[in-house]
Design a protein around this ligand. Structure first.
Ligand code: ADP
Ligand code: ZN
Ligand code: ZN
Length: 724
């Protein structure tokens, strides 16, 4: 007898779907619907992925679902397909992908219904408020509504009961607050596109169905205007647009530009939102009420029934890669989604990733260039500052200090960049050489002087600043090296008559602090900005004319094969913050390695030429994008377990055979001990993806079965972006 089995994904670290029978007297839920199922002691919310006619478990183990939560699928077939392919490609537990990417409230079983936002208005029979002298609260509400419809939240607190009375009398009407009744202010006039911008927009709009475009445009070249213009055209045909941005909180200006242009058609989705707002944005996208969805990486998995275009801004940004749990790359998922939904995808960057450049080279992506800045702004000049033998004030050379002074005197702004927060990366006893180290990591504590603590940047552990040496009790403790806090102090001492503003994770921890800092810069209330990577992200500060990169050498000595690419991207992104107004910009890069080939190549040819050279090196060395990687990581409380476990997985792979895949390791991680656990890794490298994925498919289930797998924490990272 044929019967119906539901294949259900459950958010658990198990690599398979679970079989259930439908409810006795409910119609079977369709694929894409959530169900509540018996699972473990408390039951779980799962997602039906497919219907089948046979079960993978014996009949005695088959159970009925408790109930169906949704009567219609949460999303259409294309998104379900994307999620299924993503789980397959990343070899992730299906539940982690299909259920884990839903907004938290949906994972908890909350109905997927849009909350209606009610408003109140006067009916035709409402009396004049002045005739209600005996009912002052009723009169007050009628007066409040006389000006026009009001949201309940806009009416005086405690109005609910009075409103009900008025409703009973037929004097007021309650109705859904429809977006169309609210008026958006007229959008600002869009600038006339340059011919290069127009060509880019036309290329994207000319795509019939899928097409991947790389918008390779220098900083300030008007990429955002290209997105806005292409989206406008897509909306005009009744379709929706998805815009991915790296970290929305760092670039409130981008969100503001989209809102100014598209008003209430915009919904925003990122992990900083309260659960309710996240769900509301997700539902608005799904119902089609939101026409433009702007979001960080997980927004790529939001249902958009009329999707017409995907934009990935700053496509090179590392924050598109999820680094724990379901380790996906949102840019790659965006391209896959565009392919499945048969729509164009536009990847934009001033410093494209080598992956995207390689795709561009072989024609998989079509590259469109914006080689000049929009408007009257010019690209800044980059110069190396040889600081050898210089008498430094902290990390600032005399030449840099002089250049800073020159700009300040002219009333312009300066930005100093150092990718290290805190006061000093090391504290040292001058008497005996003792250095306080984190007990849980192979790392020194960073001194944070404002907070008077030692902080481990790897596990977050902190302890109070010791008054004296733990070894010899000397009080002579020296901070060694410099972070942004120290630069802030040094610069304030050098330019006491000017305002210095520090922008890093510590100075922007309070809610709203970053916005306050950014507007202080824009309003000219700060003369000198000192900051980390946070300052490099897409900001538009027209009065900044000088950027100082305090320590370029940091990036020259990193072990990771992506270090040069990252360094180049950082330098060009930071540099891109200056000279965006009417005054030209200048970028001074301090180094002790003025002859270093990487710095030379970077300055001579610009990012594009440099990147092509890096691609040649990657090809010669057999690194991505010319080979494909997967990294099996393991960690355990003991020093050896992770290595032993990986050793066993290596033997398993040997038994299975792994033609076409090289296994490197196992080796301890570059930082072996972190947060109290010892970490090790095994790298898989292959010239082609097919044999790599074939091996992973047969190997991982066997790995999961190893007795040692239960004693370690392990994870697989397909296309890892670092091996840290
Ligand atoms: P990007 O995204 O490439 O950094 P933006 O789109 O932010 O560049 O543009 C940089 C600046 O140039 C913005 O102030 C923008 O308003 C302006 N701009 C962009 N396109 C044009 C244009 N066609 N004409 C005049 N100004 C423009
Ligand atoms: Zn000492
Ligand atoms: Zn630590």
């Amino acid at each position: 007898m044929s019967r119906l089995i539901l294949k259900v994904a459950i958010d658990a670290p198990l690599r398979h779907l679970f079989d259930y029978l439908p409810h006795f007297n409910q119609p079977p839920p369709a694929p894409g619907c959530r169900v509540r199922v018996p699972f473990g002691r408390r039951g779980q919310v799962g997602l039906v992925v497919a219907h089948a006619d046979h079960a993978d478990v014996p009949d005695a183990q088959l159970r009925h679902i408790h109930e169906a939560i949704d009567d219609a699928p949460l999303f259409g077939a294309p998104l379900l397909e994307l999620l299924r392919r993503a789980a397959d490609y990343y070899h992730a537990p299906p539940g982690e992908v299909l259920v884990g990417t839903l907004p938290g409230l949906l994972r908890a079983g909350r109905p997927a219904r849009e909350q209606v936002d009610w408003q109140w208005r006067l009916s035709d029979t409402a009396p004049a408020p002045d005739t209600l002298g005996r009912a002052p609260r009723q009169a007050e509400l009628l007066r409040a509504l006389a000006a026009g419809p009001q949201a309940q939240s806009a009416l005086p607190v405690g109005s609910a009961a009075v409103l009900r009375t008025l409703l009973d009398k037929g004097w007021v009407v309650r109705e859904p607050r429809d977006a169309s009744t609210r008026q958006d202010p007229a959008p600002p006039a869009a600038p006339a596109l340059t011919s290069a911008q127009r060509a880019a927009v036309e290329a994207v709009l000319a795509a019939s169905g899928f097409g991947a475009f790389l918008l390779d445009g220098v900083t300030g070249s008007g990429k955002t205007e290209v997105y806005l213009s292409a989206i406008e055209a897509v909306l005009a045909t009744g379709r929706q647009a998805l815009v991915l941005v790296p970290e929305i909180s760092l670039t409130p200006q981008t969100e503001a530009r989209f809102r100014a242009r598209f008003g209430q058609a915009v919904a925003v989705l990122h992990s900083g939102l309260p659960d309710g707002e996240r769900l509301a944005a997700w539902l608005a996208a799904r119902s089609g009420r939101a026409r433009v969805l702007i979001g960080t990486r997980s927004a790529v998995f939001t249902p958009l029934p009329a999707l017409g275009l995907i934009v990935v801004d700053e496509e090179h940004d590392a924050s598109y890669k999820q680094q724990d749990g379901f380790r996906y790359h949102a840019r790659d998922m965006a391209v896959l989604r565009a392919r499945i939904e048969d729509v164009p995808v536009l990847l934009g960057s001033a410093t494209p990733s080598l992956e995207s450049l390689a795709h561009g080279r072989v024609g998989q992506y079509r590259t469109v260039h914006l080689r000049e800045r929009a408007g009257s702004a010019r690209l800044p000049r980059l110069e190396l500052l040889d600081v050898r033998h210089q008498r430094m004030s902290g990390l600032v050379s005399p030449a840099l200090a002089a250049a800073v002074r020159e700009e300040l005197v002219a009333g312009r702004q300066v930005m100093l960049f150092l990718n290290r927060r805190g006061y000093a990366p090391v504290l040292l006893c001058h008497a005996c050489g003792w250095v306080p180290k984190c007990q849980r990591c192979d790392a020194h504590y960073t001194l944070h002087r404002t907070r008077q603590v030692l902080l481990c940047h790897h596990c977050g552990g902190e302890r109070p600043l010791p008054p004296s040496c733990a070894e010899c009790a000397s009080g002579d403790l020296l901070p060694l090296g410099a972070g942004t806090e120290r630069i802030e102090a040094d610069i304030t001492a050098l330019f006491p008559e000017h305002t210095v503003l520090r922008v890093d994770r510590d100075s922007t921890r309070r809610r709203g602090a970053l916005d306050a800092h950014l507007s202080a810069v824009r309003d000219g209330r700060a003369d000198i900005l000192v900051g980390t990577q946070m300052l490099a992200k897409g900001h538009h500060f027209p009065a900044v004319t000088l950027v100082g990169i305090l320590d370029a050498d940091q990036g020259l000595f990193a072990a990771d094969f992506r270090a040069s690419e990252r360094l180049a991207q950082t330098i060009y992104q930071v540099a891109g913050r200056c000279g965006r107004g009417t005054q030209p910009g200048r970028v001074l890069i301090q180094t002790h390695q003025p002859q270093h080939p990487v710095l030379h190549a970077l300055l001579q040819g610009g990012y594009g030429v440099f990147a092509q050279q890096l691609l040649k090196e990657r090809e010669a060395a057999g690194w991505p994008p010319f080979t494909h990687l997967a990294l099996l990581r393991a960690e355990a409380p003991g020093a050896q377990e992770a290595l032993w476990f990986l050793g066993e997985t290596l033997s398993l792979a040997a038994e299975l055979g792994h033609a076409g895949v090289t296994l490197l390791g196992p080796v301890p991680a570059p930082m072996p001990k972190r947060a109290g656990r010892f970490r090790a890794q095994l790298l898989l490298q292959a010239d082609r993806r097919a044999p790599l994925h074939a091996l992973l498919r047969s190997w991982l289930p066997a790995v999961a079965q190893l007795p040692a797998a239960r004693k370690v924490r392990w994870s697989l990272d397909v296309d890892p972006i670092d091996t840290y």
